[in-house]
Design a protein around this ligand. Structure first.
Ligand SMILES: Cc1cc2nc3c(=O)[nH]c(=O)nc-3n(C[C@H](O)[C@H](O)[C@H](O)COP(=O)(O)OP(=O)(O)OC[C@H]3O[C@@H](n4cnc5c(N)ncnc54)[C@H](O)[C@@H]3O)c2cc1C
Length: 463
């Protein structure tokens, strides 16, 4: 079979973590090839380009990438400034993609449709590791097959949104009224203003995307009379979004939660918590959403538009022919599941992890970046950068560096968490100056661990 160790390492996705993966591979002298489905790198950040992130510049860049950029005379933006998605693309990703090292190995308009092993399907075990990977790549001129020695899937989750309906299933009518339903974070103050000005919008979801949209709609309402928003969440405990406030080590994230809480408590945005939407229908040209609450059936609306900020899930279709080991419900890399499971805890921090946790039974295949978290929230760029540093070291055979995973992330300040099993008072640990705020044993253990110089956040998960 082909001597595939001369083949490039395929990196699927030109987001921040994909570009960082190439930078680390290049730094180690390994041949790489990056496939980006869109016509430009940073495609997903461009889509939410109007959103200001809650990590300042210092947490948005990867060290190997910075080294390549600085060789070209690039200057680090002010480290304490919070960029928008658009600014990250303009001031960091575009210059990085244009460096000689990356520019020559990035192919845009190249969507990877499927990955397999050359000449054998998923069932065949004999000699599997000897076979190179084969990638079906769709380009404007047709579909071709490329070979690769190893594959790092950093294709993100942004374009595979969860449905609006409860139970993880689309609500009846979700397809029929798709033209009035936006996913993610529409640019209501800019690109999409005309769709929301003077209208009523139902925002569904309880994460940072919902919070960003609600705050933008509130700003729009000040300028455009008749603009209003209604907020519906499936759960009834909003501590995850309201967050740790002042105790959040990322103040911008703490502020986002605090401002959202203020919108609700001041009565500017009515909140319907514990609403499970099942059906969307039209009445008089506007939309009604039927659903269930603990008190019985309830209908929301009429509204003009709906924003489904219900999170994303990984698209697993391109790895259908590979042997993957995924967490059964998060669809993350299996080893990561217990570390990031929102049923168990809600931390900004996650224990350090690298190539071992991100590998699969398919040797040479790794999932990294936000896709490695599957359906779990709270992924941070720094996590992804350390992931690909470790993977590149492992692929270079430098196992000491690959296993020396260092990751120190800012914490949420959310210490005690009543988890989505509503009414359940199971605690999550992690983050913030806990004991003064709560006598919860988990938080105390977290604080004690940190005091002793160990990583905190160790309740119920490997510390
Ligand atoms: C609104 C928002 C705010 C965030 N704020 C922060 C923050 O403040 N701080 C922080 O650290 N993190 C933040 N994150 C989380 C995270 O850092 C980002 O989601 C980041 O974009 C993840 O980078 P990535 O490279 O893993 O994936 P993405 O940026 O999603 O990149 C994936 C790339 O893969 C491409 N692609 C997809 N499928 C294919 C295919 N089949 N073939 C080829 N290419 C493909 C896509 O076009 C895209 O360019 C935020 C996320 C969101 C959504």
């Amino acid at each position: 079979m082909t001597a595939h160790f001369n083949l490039p390492i395929a990196v699927i996705g030109g987001g921040p973590v994909g570009l960082a993966a190439v930078a680390h591979l290049v730094q180690r002298g390994l041949p790489a090839k990056l496939y980006e489905a869109s016509s430009e790198v940073g495609a997903n950040l461009r889509d939410w380009g109007h959103v200001r992130v809650f990590t300042p510049w210092r947490y948005c860049v990867d060290p190997a990438s910075v080294a390549l950029l600085e060789r070209q005379g690039w200057r680090m933006p002010p480290v304490d400034v919070f960029p928008t998605g658009r600014e990250i693309v303009r001031d960091y990703l575009e210059p990085l993609a244009a460096t000689p090292e990356l520019g020559t190995v990035i192919e845009t308009d190249a969507r990877v449709l499927a990955i397999s092993r050359l000449g054998i399907d998923k069932v065949v075990s004999h000699g599997r590791e000897e076979r190179p990977f084969v990638l079906a790549v769709k380009t404007p001129t047709g579909t071709r097959r490329d070979l690769a020695r190893a594959v790092i899937d950093v294709s993100g989750t942004w374009t595979s949104p969860n449905p609006l309906g409860a139970s993880g299933l689309p609500a009846d009518g979700e397809g029929a009224f798709a033209d009035r339903i936006a996913h993610g974070i529409p640019d209501v103050l800019g690109r999409d203003r005309v769709l929301y000005a003077g209208r009523t919008t139902l925002v569904v979801g309880a994460g940072h995307s919902a919070a960003n949209t609600l705050l933008d709609l509130a700003r729009l309402a000040r300028a455009e009379p008749g603009t209003s928003a209604v907020w519906a969440t499936r759960g009834t405990n909003l501590i995850r979004i309201y967050g740790g406030g002042d105790a959040d080590q990322l103040p911008a994230r703490g502020e986002l939660g605090a401002e959202t809480r203020d919108l609700v408590e001041s009565g500017r945005v009515p909140l319907v918590a514990g609403f499970a939407g099942t059906r969307i229908r039209e009445q008089g040209g506007r939309l009604l959403v039927d659903g269930e609450t603990e008190a019985g059936p309830r209908t929301l609306g009429p509204v003009d538009r709906i924003v489904a900020a219900t999170g994303q899930r990984p698209d697993l279709s391109l790895t259908r022919e590979l042997r993957l080991d995924l967490d059964p419900w998060l669809e993350s890399a299996r080893a990561l599941g217990p570390l990031i499971d929102p049923n168990e805890h809600y931390c900004g921090s996650v224990p350090p992890h690298g190539h071992r946790e991100l590998a699969h039974p398919e040797p040479g295949f790794y999932t990294a970046g936000i896709k490695s978290y599957g359906r779990a929230p709270t992924f941070l760029l720094l996590t992804g950068y350390e992931q690909v540093r470790s993977i590149a070291a492992a692929l270079a055979g430098d196992m000491a560096a690959a296993d020396d995973v260092q990751l120190v992330l800012p914490e949420t300040g959310v210490c005690v968490t009543t988890l989505p099993a509503e009414g359940d008072t199971a605690s999550g640990c992690c983050g913030g100056p806990a004991p003064e705020r709560s006598a919860d044993a988990c938080c105390l253990a977290d604080a004690v661990a940190k005091k002793e110089g160990r990583k905190g956040c160790g309740c119920g998960v490997a510390a």
